[in-house]
Design a protein around this ligand. Structure first.
Ligand code: GCO
Length: 262
């Protein structure tokens, strides 16, 4: 049974893996035996990230490219296949958020979020899947969100993108299952990362709200995602297609409870 979760000999590409949830999931895949290829778009962040992987005893290959550029993605995927080896696992994690009320958000800002959070996963999946189809093997994991299911003030573009990413996951799963490529998603709840730092400060109303809205009563720790990432990258998930696994401390399971109940 243990062998079912062993990623030894597998090459895993994780986009946006120079920090945050992407780094935490990549480290988990590395600890399960995968050879790591991490994508970023900032040289300084990449250098610091590679040092962090090395510090954890993990060998990671760093590739700088813009996931929204089809040309850069096509060239980079070809280089990775050549220089590192066949990509067995893709985690589409790179993402941005803009917290702006819809009435104040301009179209360009909306478009930027869709480009990174929805169109880029399509671009990267397509260019990686071309090689996976030839080999009749592959695992693709799209990092969705609570906003794949729920709306909230100021995140209209992000919710539209993450809702679309859920359906892109199901559609690619439908098209590529016949090539033995399993496409699934992970929906993180509210996690302690750079992205959520502004709304997580002690005493911030949103911080108190999330703690009360999460049955587990805490923000997620990035390491909480590692096991699910390994599971969806491993043979243990070979008959799972088009599923989104929510790692959310119970948020989606409940309508919440009155503030006077503990
Ligand atoms: C926000 C948060 C969320 C989380 C995550 C929840 O502003 O509501 O940033 O979007 O980052 O996506 O699943």
């Amino acid at each position: 049974m243990k062998g079912l979760f062993d990623l030894t000999g597998q090459v895993a590409l994780v986009t946006g893996a120079t920090h945050g949830l992407g780094m935490a999931m990549a480290k988990a895949l590395g600890q399960a035996g995968a050879t790591l290829v991490i994508n970023g778009n900032t040289p300084a962040k990449m250098e610091a990230a590679l040092a962090s992987y090395t510090q954890d005893g993990l060998k990671a290959h760093g590739y700088l490219f813009d996931v929204t550029s089809a040309q850069q993605v096509k060239e980079s995927i070809a280089r990775i296949e050549q220089e590192v080896g066949p990509i067995n696992i893709l985690v589409n994690n790179a993402g941005i958020i803009k917290r702006i009320p819809a009435l104040e958000m301009d179209e360009e800002e909306f478009r930027q979020v869709l480009d990174v959070d929805l169109i880029a996963p399509f671009i990267v999946s397509k260019h990686v899947a071309r090689y996976m189809v030839e080999r009749r093997q592959g695992k693709i994991i799209n990092i969705c969100s609570m906003m794949s299911e729920l709306g909230r003030d100021t995140v209209s573009a992000y919710a539209a993108a993450k809702g679309g990413l859920k359906m892109l996951t199901r559609n690619l799963a439908t098209e590529w299952a016949k090539y033995n490529i399993q496409v699934n998603g992970i929906g993180p709840g509210y996690f302690a990362t750079e992205q959520t730092a502004p709304i997580r400060v002690d005493g911030h109303p949103f911080n108190d709200f999330i703690i009360s809205r999460t049955p587990a009563g805490r923000w997620g720790d990035p390491e909480d995602l590692g096991g699910t990432a390994v599971f969806l990258s491993s043979k243990a998930s070979d008959f799972i297609n088009g599923q989104i696994i929510y790692v959310d401390g119970g948020i989606l399971a409940t309508i919440g409870k009155p503030s006077n109940e503990n």
